[in-house]
Design a protein around this ligand. Structure first.
Ligand SMILES: [Zn+2]
Length: 548
């Protein structure tokens, strides 16, 4: 190289350095529009691609699902080590954490907050959050719903145009975690939960329930069949610390998610009754992992919600970054308990709600009046004949939180389940969930409990394309022939809680409830029922079987 060329090369290097350091700040759509607009799918993708161009070594984008309308759903991976796929994690000695937004696509601030979070981590001095963890972000989980933006889709305090709750098939994705009928949730479970196994899953929403001041509300896994130690850890340790830090560091108030038990008398209590595994954060709890539901308060303006949601996920990530070893240890112990202690145990299938703790909510003075006859026709029955109006006068209420559960009905589990050969699709579904299923290659005799169905009550009203079943019947101890081609699902495995939840005939949110066995349990010409095609076997089969 001659001298001139050398000088030119140095100059070019210097110029590119200047342009890089002076690179324009990448702004999200709300930041560009004074928080009047939220981003479309292609605007999110532009933001991600531009950010990745600047940080190719620390940011990776992979696509894990395709929506009904053909949009590829991005998973953003942020790491110091350039992790691009689950296998890469082994070399980092770190653990992944997952934040997801936009499952209900009209609920938009999580989608914006996660984009700002990526920029803050990569460009604005928050690289500390990558010290002990790999951060996985799904900023736009429901792109089909997101892009159906219209006025009036939501009653939120901005933005004016927002998408819809359901996906391209018309399903509510946050009811699909057990049945996996949507491409989005099926891939989330199989490609991310099973393959990456994040130590925590944060699911971001917007809520329009009871009136209060705090812009952020939260809940851990609510499914009471989940591991007690993990549930207590969330209520007693992690969430109180995240809540405190959020206020101290980011000036954002937060409370547990819920609604007034009685709107006429707020002091009676605050209740969260969403404890079924069909909801993502509850489902994740059934996998012995931590989860947080983030519900931002829709009466707060859009900018306040983005700021609140952003502070909340940073506060969570600060906690996980400094406690990741403790969390992993707790989860490993929960896995071990699931392997050892669920088989042959009493498994709860029904619950009543009980007090978790007392707390204070910042709310308002309410005006209460009886409905007129006209109004009674207009409002749903849970309004109980009263109109409750918020005034502008602030008032604090100290009240009990009802977000814990006491079992009221148990079923006795055995060593595991036998699925008859007719249930191959169910065996496949269990595999998608990451459950170990064995295919039985020879006929044998076994002692089993057979569930004899006495009655099936199906809901009149269609819910998510289903008439949900409620089975009644009794278990009968029997010696039966198990045909070749059946499947064995052992309860001595880490996902035993989820297995019992899905396969018990009396589980209110299991596969029987979701109509998976309707084809074989209802006879064509008689009003009697066939036996439930899943037997409970008393001891592990000692025959030739192999992984399905
Ligand atoms: Zn939601």
């Amino acid at each position: 190289m001659n001298k001139r060329l050398k000088i030119l090369a140095v100059l070019l290097l210097f110029l590119s350095f200047i342009s890089l350091t002076k690179a324009e700040k990448l702004l999200t759509i709300p930041e560009k529009t004074n928080f009047e607009k939220t981003s479309t799918y292609s605007q999110v993708m532009d933001f991600l691609k531009n950010l990745k161009k600047r940080h190719p070594e620390k940011m990776h984008i992979s696509f894990f699902a395709e929506s009904t309308e053909g949009k590829k759903i991005p998973l953003v991976i942020l790491s110091e080590e350039g992790v691009a796929k689950p296998e890469d994690i082994r070399f980092t000695k770190k653990h992944p954490v997952l934040i997801m937004a936009n499952i209900h696509a009209g609920e938009v601030e999580g989608k914006e907050a996660t984009q700002i979070l990526m920029r803050e981590i990569l460009e604005e001095g928050r690289e500390d959050l990558l010290k002990n963890q790999i951060i996985l972000i799904i900023p736009i989980f429901n792109p089909d719903g997101n892009d159906k933006m219209a006025k009036g889709n939501r009653g939120d305090n901005g933005p004016e145009l927002a998408g819809v709750r359901y996906n391209g098939q018309g399903y509510d994705l946050n009811r699909d975690y057990i049945k996996l009928e949507t491409p989005e949730v099926k891939a989330l479970v199989n490609k991310i939960f099973v393959k990456w196994d994040p130590v925590i899953f944060v699911d971001m929403h917007t809520t329009d329930g009871s009136y209060h001041v705090e812009p952020v509300t939260y809940a851990p896994n609510m499914a009471p069949q989940g591991d007690d130690v993990l549930i207590n850890y969330m209520w007693k340790k992690m969430l109180p610390e995240v809540d405190k830090n959020l206020l101290k560091k980011y000036g954002v108030k937060s409370i547990p998610y819920g609604n007034f038990v009685d709107r006429r008398n707020p002091s009676k209590g605050w209740r969260n009754h969403a404890y079924l595994g069909r909801y993502g954060t509850c489902y994740y709890g059934l996998r012995n992992r931590l989860s947080i539901l983030d519900e931002n308060y829709s009466h707060a303006d859009f900018k306040t919600r983005v700021k609140g949601a952003l502070g909340f996920i940073k506060s969570i990530l600060e906690y996980t970054n400094s406690h990741i070893k403790e969390i992993v240890k707790l989860e490993n112990e929960a896995d071990r308990r699931a392997v050892e202690k669920i088989k042959n145990s009493d498994f709860p299938v029904d619950f009543k709600s009980i007090k978790t703790y007392d707390f204070t909510i910042e709310s308002y003075v309410f005006k209460v009046r009886k409905m007129t006859e006209e109004e009674k026709k207009k409002y749903p029955p849970w309004f109980k004949g009263y109109i409750v109006e918020k005034t502008d006068k602030l008032k604090n209420y100290k009240l009990p939180l009802f977000a814990s559960f006491k079992p009221t009905k148990f079923v006795k589990l055995t060593a595991g389940y036998i699925l008859l050969p007719s249930e191959k699709e169910v065996a496949r579904l269990l595999k998608l969930h990451g459950i170990n299923v064995q295919k039985i290659e020879e006929e044998f005799e076994a002692d089993v409990k057979v569930f004899k169905i006495k009655d099936i009550k199906s809901s009149k009203r269609i819910f998510q394309g289903h008439h949900l079943n409620k089975l009644e019947g009794e278990e009968i101890l029997k010696k039966v022939k198990i045909p070749r081609g059946s499947f064995y699902v052992s309860l001595s495995q880490p996902l035993s809680r989820l297995i019992a939840y899905m396969l018990e005939p009396l589980s209110p949110d299991g596969l029987a409830a979701w109509n998976f066995f309707d084809r074989v349990i209802v006879r064509e010409w008689s009003n009697k029922y066939r036996v439930y095609p899943v037997y409970k076997i008393l001891s592990e089969p000692k025959v030739y079987m192999h992984e399905f």
